[in-house]
Design a protein around this ligand. Structure first.
Ligand code: AMP
Length: 212
């Protein structure tokens, strides 16, 4: 069973992945992103990937049973024994209930960003093809344009669902199915709300303070 795990919570494009990559360096907790796991499954053409792709392309949530199974398997790995940092999970109350049976969550960090900012954030996002580091064309470009700061790769990719059509459905899914979780975790006294509409470094500092 994983101990003392953290949940990064917030709408799509809030910066969960960006902050997870930075917090991993400070806390040593491995990042467990259900979105990354699903994209890997889609890429390798597994049965889970084939099923998930239909939902992801439409900007809808993948069914809870698929997600919960992925998490159960992931938490069996050795690196999860000391706790993990969940990024993009849980996204529904049933997922959170399942999580409470298999891991102890000490902090839920809610990164708050208004809807009006989400579209430009998501549409400008791209990642390094080799190490997966997340950039943004305007807000967080590589130091040397065209070359990854971390591994010098010159090839980048954009997510298939990072476009204006899908982002509306993803926001709808967030408001209808995911945002009620904030109250759920607040009632348990573990929700830390962070203003995500600031520069990346300030947000990281606030998160690290909340974790201390
Ligand atoms: P993300 O990378 O977290 O933005 O997730 C990309 C897409 O994967 C989402 O729009 C959903 O279709 C799917 N997905 C990721 N995590 C979950 C989850 N916890 N529950 C349901 N669907 C998910």
């Amino acid at each position: 069973m994983a101990m003392d795990s953290i949940v990064l919570f917030g709408p799509p494009g809030a910066g969960k992945g960006t902050q997870a990559q930075r917090i991993t360096e400070s806390t040593g907790l491995p990042q467990v992103s259900t979105g990354d796991m699903l994209r890997a499954a889609v890429g390798s053409g597994t049965a889970v990937g084939l099923e998930a792709k239909r939902y992801m392309d439409a900007g809808k949530l993948v069914p809870d049973n698929v997600i919960i199974q992925l998490i159960i398997e992931r938490l069996k790995k050795d690196d999860a024994k000391g706790g993990v940092m969940f990024d993009g999970f849980p996204r529904t109350i049933p997922q959170a209930e399942a999580l409470s049976q298999i891991a102890y969550v000490s902090h839920v960090i809610s990164i708050n960003v208004p809807d009006a900012k989400i579209v430009e954030r998501i549409c400008g996002r791209f990642t390094c093809k080799t190490c997966g580091f997340v950039y943004h064309e305007v807000f967080n470009p590589p130091l040397v344009i065209g070359s990854c700061d971390h591994c010098n790769e010159t090839d980048f990719k954009k997510r298939a669902d990072d476009n204006e059509d899908t982002v509306i459905s993803r926001l709808e899914a967030y408001h209808n199915q995911t945002s009620p979780l904030a109250e759920w975790y607040k009632s348990k006294g573990i929700l830390c709300e962070i203003d995500g509409d600031r520069n990346i470094e300030e947000i990281t500092q606030d998160i690290l303070e909340a974790l201390n």
